[in-house]
Design a protein around this ligand. Structure first.
Ligand SMILES: Cc1ncc(COP(=O)(O)O)c(C=O)c1O
Length: 236
């Protein structure tokens, strides 16, 4: 983030942090001070989709900013572009958070640190039981941030990834590929002219990643079963 902010300052750019999977993470600055992810750029965004770290009972999201004028502008844009009722300063959208969702989130927000701890405990279990297996790479921990583990994503040899997914499915364990196709190869962005090979790292990861079950209510018996089955696959 320090490098990104520096580029932004040099060129007069705004930085929007997509914080949908990182809400609550601490970013460690070079001087050792901590800052919450999503509060470093000009705007932070998050998602309250039910599977997220702070999930509602339906769709929702939020923006964060320290800049009052950006905050006012955003609040107006999500409410049809109005500030004074039925007077429209901008062309906006209807992206208000339902009162019902807000009420649920207000209660859940108090437990956010517990949700993180529970995800981190589950991730530590997976780390301990799945490290050192040939052909399997557990998530790498960065030194400059804490990790929320919205997902616990393995990297698997591309030739084995789909069979591991199938193996887990046969054992009753859901796993998911986030994501199977990189942005530059999506039909929606075809006109930008990127092709297979344009972004080899993204493409390779799409062929290697597999996310294991991860949420705040993972029971010990479930964690044991998942890691045993992953171990079994690599022994077979
Ligand atoms: C990193 C990231 N950004 C944005 C989104 C989109 O969130 P929403 O569907 O609430 O707009 C997601 C949801 O999957 C996400 O994981």
């Amino acid at each position: 983030m320090e490098a990104i902010m520096k580029v932004a300052r040099t060129h007069g750019l705004y930085v929007i942090e997509d914080n949908a999977q990182a809400l609550g993470a601490d970013f460690l600055q070079g001087d050792g001070s901590k800052q919450k992810a999503g509060t470093i750029g000009h705007l932070g965004t998050t998602s309250f989709f039910p599977s997220k770290n702070l999930g509602a009972f339906g769709d929702g999201g939020a923006l964060f900013t320290k800049d009052d004028s950006l905050g006012k502008r955003a609040a107006s844009l999500v409410n049809h572009g109005m500030q004074v009722r039925y007077h429209y300063d901008h062309v906006g959208v209807n992206s208000r958070l339902d009162t019902l969702q807000a009420a649920i989130l207000r209660v859940k927000l108090k437990h956010l640190d517990d949700y993180h701890r529970l995800r981190q405990e589950a991730a530590a279990w997976y780390d301990n039981t799945l490290s050192g297996i040939e052909g399997l790479q557990i998530p790498i921990r960065s030194t400059f941030t804490t990790h929320i583990f919205h997902q616990y994503t393995l990297q698997v040899e591309a030739s084995k990834r789909d069979s591991l997914k199938q193996w887990l499915m046969e054992k009753g364990i859901p796993s998911q590929i986030y994501y199977p196709l990189p942005l530059h190869l999506q039909e929606a962005y075809k006109d930008l002219g990127y092709q297979n090979g344009s972004l080899p790292h993204s493409e390779e990861l799409c062929n290697r990643v597999l996310s294991l079950p991860m949420h705040t209510e993972m029971e010990q018996i479930q964690l044991e079963y998942v890691s045993e089955q992953v171990q079994q696959f690599f022994k077979a």
